[in-house]
Every structure is written in structure tokens, then in C-alpha cells.
Design a protein around this ligand. Structure first.
Ligand SMILES: *Cc1c(COP(=O)(O)O)cnc(C)c1O
Length: 410
């Protein structure tokens, strides 16, 4: 398919105008929104006002005057709309890692007669690491992390499993779990489910309430475009709230933080999942970034995401590029919004692409990821990435040793 045909698809795209809501560099094709979302223009104005007026002039009075203290709940509710959660079940706080710790602890407390956290071997490492940390802290009589292959998840759900912890869209190959079906299967065996929505929130329609999900966490800086290190969010179904606590019992989760009582008493609802003072600059940026979603349905976003991915995949298969293998499932219902390719020289190829203005990323040992963020990526982006990839492979430029040096972040 020629670049011209990709441009024609842009002409028929009902979401094409949304790109104007983002501040994108002119000379780049940005396909890494699954790792760090692009900058929404609404963030500029918000941060400028926050720094100049709220922090600079109003100083500490802003906690009340500009409702800084309510931001975790306010931002949580904006995210709730995107993940199918009724009010009072989502709060914005900390990182996914920290929120996993809180919710895994809650899950074990809700299932005191069970001790296993069941997860997938190739889940995102931080999810596994946090499970390992909690198991180390509580000891094997109270908590064990068990990891199995994708195909063994359901058969491993025995009466010891307190919680099944999964990521809906796998960060390596982009494979999508059937969240509704797995949730039902796990619950029928008495386990709770905790879903990591890092690669779903804002790009895949999720119905946490309708699918009876117990718990979820998600990322503020990927498809929600909240900026580097933006706070994450957590969801706990109302039926589980107020029954147990969580061990990071900081003052922001206290029933009455400003009474400064010596004894901890958890606040009701999601508030008790806060620990310390929220980073207001980051949270305000995420708050402003979420306004981009106003008036747009997740179904429309998903439709464009699937079409972008399909055009890219079809063309990859048609061009039959040397050494390239498609890792992401071809069928839309089985994938999120990224397409992963493998190649023995994946790292060097990703570096050549980045140098040519096609921003992708690399995941060890041999994966190149192309993340499609339908709010700002156009079909021409996909076409340009394909042409650049083909040129890179044919020219052999990636064999130059200067493309072998890895930075701290890949
Ligand atoms: C990006 C990502 C995270 C990030 O965790 P943080 O603690 O917020 O840095 C966690 N889980 C998954 C699946 C991710 O893709």
C-alpha cells in the first residue's frame, strides 16, 4: 500500500481532527504513546496557571482555594468514565507498583483462607516484583506468588488462589486477554481478580463494573497522556470497600488527616488508598490531559486503533521483510493498540528508525514495538513507519556499530 493510500484513509477518519489537540513535533512520527503519551495542548495552559498563580501567588491556600486536596478523587472520577466504573471506585495516586502492593494486600485480607497470588510468567516485571516483595514480607504461610504460562492460567485456579493478577494487554506482544471471561472463570473458583490496565486505559473499552471486576490499576502516562511519571490510578469495586485496610497507612488516607491523631483510622471509600501527599504538578497535568477525551467514545477510539493496527499488520505481512516476524495477534479482538515485531537486530533497527524520526521502542531481547495512539496518530504515520522500516532493512544501515549502544532507558 502506498503512502498515498494511507493518506486517503486519513481523509475518511472521523477522529483525524483530534491530532490538533496535541503538541507534536513536526519532524517526527511518534509511535511510542504506549510508553509515554504525547503532550496535550491543554496541559501547557494548566501548568502555566498552576505554577504562576496557584503555587506562585496563592501558595498554601491553594490546597483549599484551588481544591488541590480533591485532585486524587477528581482525576480518579475522570478516569472512571474511561474504564466503565461508577463513581466512588477509582482514585488517582502513586505509581502502578505501589498501587499493586496496596491492592494485593487488600486481596489477601479479603481471602484470609487462601495465600496464592497467581500471575502469568510474562506479565510486566513490576507486577511480579511487587508480588515477590509482598510474599517476602508476609512469609510463605500467608503469601506466595505463583506464575504460570498463558495457557495454564485457568487450570491453575485452585482453592489456594486468593487473587489472579493479570495485565489485560501484554507489553511485549500486545496480546489482549478476554477480561470478562477470565474474571468470571476466576471468581467461579473463589478467587478475586486484579487487572493491570497499563496498556488499555484510554485505548481499549473496559467495563470494570459490568464485568464484575474486583480490582484494577492503570497508568497515567501511557494512553492517558498525563506526562512523564504521571500518577497512576486504582479501582476497587464498591462491594469490597471499607471491609479491610491497606498497609501503606499514610496520613492522606486517614479519616481525619488534619486532626493529627496519633492512631491511624482509615477513611471510608477509596480515600484510604491514598498514602502521602500527592504530587500536584503531575496530577494537574494528568487532569488537564484527560480533557482531550471529552466528547469522544472509547468505541470510536478502539475502532480507529484496530484499523491502524490492521493496515500496519497487513502491510508487514504483504511486504515480507527479511528477518521480520509478527508477534502480535492478527485478529483485532486479540490485540491491544501496539504491534510488535521481532528481528535478531531489533535494537539496532529501532535506533535507525528513531534517528530517521520514526519514534518506536525496543524491548529485550528482540522486539520492536509500534504503539498506535488513535487520538493523535494518523494512517500516514503507519505508512511512513512501514517505508522507513523497509528502507532500513534493505539498506543494512542498522549493521553499523554505532547503533549498538544502549542508553539507560530503551
Ligand atoms: C508501564 C507499566 C507499569 C508501570 O508501573 P509504574 O509503577 O507506574 O512505573 C506497570 N505495569 C504495566 C503492565 C506496565 O505496562
Amino acid at each position: 500500500m502506498s503512502l498515498e493510500r494511507f493518506r486517503r484513509l486519513d481523509a475518511g477518519d472521523p477522529l483525524a481532527e483530534l491530532r490538533k489537540r496535541f503538541d507534536l513535533p513536526q519532524d517526527k512520527v511518534y509511535l511510542d504513546g504506549n510508553s509515554l503519551g504525547a503532550l496535550p495542548k491543554s496541559v501547557h495552559e494548566r501548568i502555566e496557571r498552576l505554577v504562576r498563580q496557584e503555587w506562585g501567588r496563592d501558595l498554601i491556600s491553594s490546597w483549599n482555594k484551588h481544591s488541590w486536596i480533591d485532585l486524587p478523587a477528581k482525576v480518579g472520577e475522570k478516569i472512571a468514565v474511561l474504564v466503565g466504573a461508577a463513581p466512588g471506585q477509582v482514585i488517582c495516586a502513586d505509581s502502578i507498583s505501589v498501587n499493586l502492593f496496596k491492592l494485593l494486600s487488600t486481596a489477601l485480607a479479603l481471602r484470609p483462607e487462601r495465600k496464592v497470588i497467581l500471575s502469568q510468567q510474562d506479565n510486566f516485571p513490576t507486577d511480579l516484583y511487587m508480588g515477590q516483595g509482598l510474599a517476602g514480607l508476609l512469609g510463605p504461610d500467608r503469601c506466595q506468588l505463583q506464575t504460570v504460562a498463558h495457557g495454564e492460567l485457568l487450570s491453575s485456579l485452585d482453592k489456594n488462589v486468593a487473587v489472579l493478577m493479570l495485565t489485560q494487554v501484554n507489553f511485549r506482544d500486545g496480546r489482549l486477554h478476554n477480561m470478562a471471561a477470565i474474571t468470571k472463570a476466576a471468581q467461579s473458583r473463589g478467587a478475586l481478580v486484579l487487572w493491570d490496565l497499563a496498556h488499555s486505559a484510554g485505548v481499549v473499552p473496559v467495563e470494570l463494573d459490568a464485568w464484575n471486576v474486583d480490582m484494577a490499576v492503570g497508568c497515567g502516562y501511557k494512553f492517558l497522556n498525563g506526562g512523564p511519571g504521571a500518577p497512576a490510578f486504582l479501582y476497587l469495586a464498591r462491594r469490597h470497600q471499607d471491609k479491610v485496610g491497606q498497609p501503606l497507612s499514610g496520613w492522606m488516607g486517614h479519616r481525619n488527616a488534619f486532626e493529627f491523631e496519633p492512631a491511624y483510622e482509615p477513611a471510608e471509600g477509596m480515600q484510604r488508598y491514598l498514602a502521602g501527599t500527592p504530587g500536584i504538578l503531575s496530577m494537574a497535568a494528568l487532569d488537564a490531559a484527560l480533557d482531550v477525551f471529552e466528547g469522544i467514545s472509547l468505541e470510536a477510539i478502539r475502532k480507529k486503533s484496530l484499523t491502524l493496527g490492521q493496515c500496519f499488520i497487513d502491510e508487514i505481512l504483504a511486504r515480507n521483510l527479511p528477518g521480520i516476524r509478527l508477534l502480535t495477534p492478527r485478529r483485532g479482538e486479540h490485540r491491544g493498540s501496539q504491534v510488535s515485531l521481532s528481528h535478531p537486530q531489533a535494537f539496532a533497527i529501532s535506533q535507525v528508525l528513531i534517528e530517521r524520526g520514526i519514534v518506536v521502542d525496543f524491548r529485550a531481547p528482540n522486539i520492536i514495538r509500534f504503539g498506535f495512539s488513535p487520538l493523535y496518530n494518523c494512517f500516514e504515520d503507519a505508512g511512513r513507519a512501514l517505508d522507513a522500516l523497509a528502507e532500513t532493512l534493505i539498506s543494512g544501515d542498522y549493521l553499523d556499530s554505532r547503533y549498538a549502544a544502549k542508553g539507560k532507558v530503551t
